[in-house]
Design a binder for this molecule. Sequence first.
Ligand SMILES: [Cu+2]
Length: 141
Amino acid sequence: MKRQKVQWGSVLVLAVTCLVWWDTAGPVLAQSEQVVEVTIKDFKYVTKQGVLRLGFPTVIKIRNEDIERHDFGSTMFEGLPTQIEKDGVIVYGRGVGGVFLDSKRDAAIRFNMSRPGRYEFRCSIHPNMTGELLLLSAEAV
Ligand SMILES: [Cu+2]
């Protein structure tokens, strides 16, 4: 009888452990989104990216540190379902060309990368401003 009580205690501990694990699994799964950080500073794009794989949810986070307005425009989203999040508003659709960012503002562009290649982005306000992202297929890594 006494032994059985101990077993029930173990089951309870196991159940709680599972619940805690389940709870922490959420944020971990959310991290499967691959992140590209683009900071605009001194009329230049500074890009931080890891290896980007095809078919994974991707977010490009852009921040304008300059005093002037800049543009982040690219053909890389052409025909792809894309979401742009800015100031608590999410705009979605296909055929997004890019975003304009005022001073000290940021935006997030979410899409699924489906085509490998080298993708240029540029600022339509300042034609000298260009940058690029390298999208690889998982096999090429
Ligand atoms: Cu610019």
